[in-house]
Design a binder for this molecule. Structure first.
Ligand code: DAH
Length: 342
């Protein structure tokens, strides 16, 4: 018992000399550590006579609690003092200095999307929303791609276990939009598309397209050419010439590949256009009668054109990025170069 009192007295003595967290930690180890004075007292219990064991045990426990409490109180006190002194020193910070806000910016894809949407809106188009998870019907059947038709294999599809799929092209929205207007319409529908592709500098499994349709009476290829020329000239802020080559897509007849004069060399030939002077930009064509029929529209009454802009390619041409994978990378160093304030 005497020894216990000695330990308590020496602790009370030592604790008075502690003036910072480091010294406090040393004190804690000295008394409560593995070989600490109090820890060692516990090991003495077995040497104590049976009738004194209980009182001895109680006493050590109460000393231990007392020491722990004292150390804890001091710890809190030191921490409080630290915060107080930090706050006092903060007066030295000049709060009038300008700070960098770093609010972020729009993704180049988003800013170009807005720009193109505005151009189409100014020409009387509506902007429609599309789904990312689609039915097999909307993605394929409705746009005249029958089951077992080789055209289905042109697009490697991510199938879902419930039989639906991640839309492989924005054309998947055509049927819904045709039904919505059930007659004349001018609509664009930008959206994210998915294909099970091997990735390289020009292929992504997740990419953006911007599709458009114009439906009315007596629509012709001339209307298609007019709108595409207008739109591209506005996007590239210079007069753009376009040319059409035959192209096969089940949802259009006739179908075309549309090329535009190379925006980098003005048509003289450069590495971007592989010295052809033309950039392949946008498949398009006159809406196939079956697409109209599938949406309950009479193809003898209405005609129209459709196009499917490879939107990411356009973003790359506008920004000069030479690898499509940057667009989904979230790489701040890349994206910051094209920052447009949100
Ligand atoms: N959906 C086609 C694709 O992703 C692109 C396309 C071609 C869309 C011709 C159209 C079109 O609207 O008329 O490969």
């Amino acid at each position: 018992m005497n020894e216990l009192e000695q330990v308590e007295l020496s602790f009370n003595d030592d604790v008075k000399r502690v003036s910072n967290t480091k010294e406090l930690e040393n004190l804690r180890v000295l008394y409560l550590g593995k070989k600490g004075k109090i820890t060692e007292l516990f090991s003495k219990i077995k040497e104590i006579a049976v009738e004194e064991k209980k009182a001895f045990g109680q006493k050590i426990n109460s000393i231990k609690t007392y020491v722990e409490q004292k150390i804890n109180d001091l710890k809190n006190k030191f921490e409080e003092e630290k915060v107080k002194s930090e706050i006092a020193n903060e007066k030295e910070i000049d709060i009038t200095l300008p700070v960098s806000t770093g609010t972020g910016s729009l993704h180049p894809r988003t800013s170009l999307q807005k720009e193109i949407e505005d151009i189409f809106i100014s020409m009387g188009f509506t902007v429609e929303d599309g789904y990312e998870v689609e039915t097999e019907f909307n993605n394929f059947d409705a746009v005249n791609v029958p089951k077992n038709h080789p055209a289905r294999d042109m697009q490697d599809t991510f199938w879902l276990t419930n039989g639906e799929l991640l839309k492989t092209h924005t054309s998947a929205s055509q049927n819904r939009i045709l039904r919505k207007y059930n007659g004349p319409l001018k609509a664009i529908f930008p959206g994210r598309c998915f294909r099970n592709e091997a990735l390289d500098h020009s292929h992504e499994n997740t990419f953006f397209q911007m599709e458009g349709m114009l439906v009315d009476k007596d629509v012709s290829v001339a209307n298609l050419i007019y709108f595409m020329k207008k739109m591209l000239s506005k996007v590239f802020k210079t007069d753009i010439n376009i040319r059409l080559r035959p192209g096969f897509f089940p949802f259009v007849e006739p179908g075309f590949e549309m090329d535009a004069t190379c925006t980098f060399c003005g048509g003289r030939g450069c590495s971007t256009c592989k010295n052809t002077g033309w950039l392949e930009l946008c498949p398009c064509g006159m809406i196939h009668p079956n697409v109209f029929k599938n949406a309950g529209i009479n193809p003898d009454e209405y005609s129209g054109f459709a196009f499917g802009l490879g939107f990411d390619r356009l973003v790359m041409l506008k920004t000069g990025l030479d690898d499509i994978r940057y667009l989904n990378s979230g790489n701040i160093k890349v994206l910051n170069q094209f920052g447009v304030e949100a």
